[in-house]
Design a protein around this ligand. Sequence first.
Ligand code: AMP
Length: 113
Amino acid sequence: MSDCLFCKIIAGEIPSTKVYEDDTVYAFRDIAPMAPVHVLVVPKAHVASADGINESNSASVARIFEVIPKIAAAEGLTNGYRVITNCGEDACQSVKHLHFHILGGKKLPENMA
Ligand code: AMP
């Protein structure tokens, strides 16, 4: 989508610090990290949110969940990490391109909501 921030990052039109890329997945460091490791993992094909996952695009989501442990290992997250996706207004999703936050490198708060 031409007006999507993360589509522009994937296309290289906006700079990012890439940590992983393959045919369907792109991962990069969050610009405002909330933990020592804060990586965003996104499908290259635009999906607005988790609410838009369906039979036609779920393979890229499955690929994301294959890639997440590889990124976590590469980032040294041997003691655990959190994977989050915010979906829609009540979850305060700010970028309308499906993304999974990988957070780690410290003891994270027990309370998520
Ligand atoms: P969410 O609030 O779940 O939609 O998460 C969006 C995330 O994108 C936030 O953690 C932002 O800090 C991050 N973000 C916004 N713009 C950029 C950017 N240009 N590069 C990297 N991360 C970004």
